[in-house]
Write a protein that binds this ligand. Structure first.
Ligand SMILES: [Zn+2]
Length: 372
């Protein structure tokens, strides 16, 4: 494209001026499509705000940025269009929002690519919307409503930390809700002869036994034949005034390569987070990673319903990918499940230990508990 600078005139200049007026950077309708002092000042201001080189000249980068800035979220229906992707500030705003809510849209680069679409679909699925990957009125409404729901995280964070400190380091008498994912007709992820619901149930049993041996009162969110909604599961934990909730899942992927373990806690990724939930998720993740050879896929904040609706610190573990032959082989082994159950117990114990008593990751054994 031809560079536009002071002294130029014509339709291309008029277009830039219209965009700058729309952004509130140029006041009064420019009379004659003349790249005058006021236009140059507006261009410089725009460049400064966008972190572009400030030269007052409209080159390709500034042109693209001005063009992108014309769109506000909601101005147009956004979806994946591989041959001619949507580009604009509205896309960046959508990406920001998804990231803030814990959905991995990649970087907020303002280009609606496959990753943005995948994140949007996950968001839609999590919130019970039609998961069509396009951002229309109902999705926008949900994105905005959620903004109001997650406001006010601070008092909740303080409350959680205080409850944690007040409750003492002994596990005896604490109430832990164990939530095996899926259930009944919903088997969750499947692969290599395993199904997620069954793995989660079996692991829940092993974890439950260890908790009970430590004096913890345990509750399961489901039996083998039911699949309560996330809201029902959260409700059960809230009604029981549980101290913690541990949700057990396995992941799946479209291909055999992805593998590893990840832990999730409530958080929007934008300051609103469950501090204790994050602590619990980190401990669970660290203990599992230290005691197994599963790939560390790290701890992430999510606004999934179960995490959002539970009033106590909650963690959701995605233990391996059933679609990975490597992970599936581990998960099929009862001895491996015992190791994970012990890792979970140790993580719960460590959450309540004062910092000076907290042992390093991967070393605490069940038999040590009596000494604490
Ligand atoms: Zn699952």
């Amino acid at each position: 494209m031809q560079l536009l600078r002071r002294g130029n005139s014509g339709p291309a200049v008029a277009e830039i001026q219209a965009a700058l007026s729309g952004l509130g950077l140029l006041h009064g309708p420019p009379p004659d499509a003349e790249y005058d002092d006021a236009t140059e000042r507006a261009v410089r201001l725009f460049q400064q705000r966008r972190g572009l080189s400030v030269d007052g000249i409209v080159g390709p980068e500034t042109y693209r940025a001005i063009h992108a800035a014309r769109f506000r979220l909601g101005d147009r229906l956004l979806s994946l269009s591989p041959s001619h992707p949507f580009v604009g500030d509205d896309v960046a705003a959508l990406q920001d929002r998804l990231l803030e809510l814990g959905f991995d849209a990649g970087r907020a680069d303002g280009v609606f690519g496959a990753r943005t679409e995948a994140a949007l679909r996950s968001f839609q699925r999590e919130y019970g919307l039609l998961a069509d990957g396009s951002c229309g009125p109902s999705t926008l409404r949900a994105l905005r409503q959620l903004g109001r729901l997650v406001v006010g995280g601070r008092p909740q964070q303080l409350r959680e930390t205080e409850v944690l400190h007040r409750s003492g380091s002994s596990l005896a008498g604490k109430v832990v809700v164990i939530d095996p994912g899926h259930g009944g007709a919903d088997r969750g992820a499947t692969g290599h002869g395993l199904d997620e619901a069954a793995v989660a149930e079996d692991l829940a049993g092993r974890f439950e036994g260890r908790l009970q041996a430590s004096g913890v009162r345990t509750l399961l969110t489901r039996g083998p034949d039911s699949c309560p909604t996330d809201a029902d599961r959260a409700d059960l934990a809230n009604t029981a005034a549980a101290d913690l909730l541990v949700s057990l899942h396995c992941d799946r992927s479209a291909s055999a390569e992805p593998n590893g373990v990840a832990a999730y806690h409530y958080g929007t990724g934008a300051g609103t987070t469950s501090t204790v939930g994050e602590q619990l998720a980190s401990l669970v993740q660290r203990e599992v990673v230290a005691r197994t050879d599963l790939l560390d896929c790290h701890v992430h904040a999510k606004t999934w319903e179960l995490l959002r609706l539970t009033r106590m610190p909650a963690v959701r573990l995605e233990l391996g990918h059933l679609t990975s032959p490597r992970d599936a082989a581990r998960l099929a082994d009862p001895a491996f499940r015992d190791v994970v159950a012990e890792a979970l117990l140790v993580a719960v114990q460590r959450l309540y230990l004062p910092a000076d008593l907290d042992p390093p990751t991967g070393v605490l054994r069940l038999a040590d508990f009596a000494a604490l």
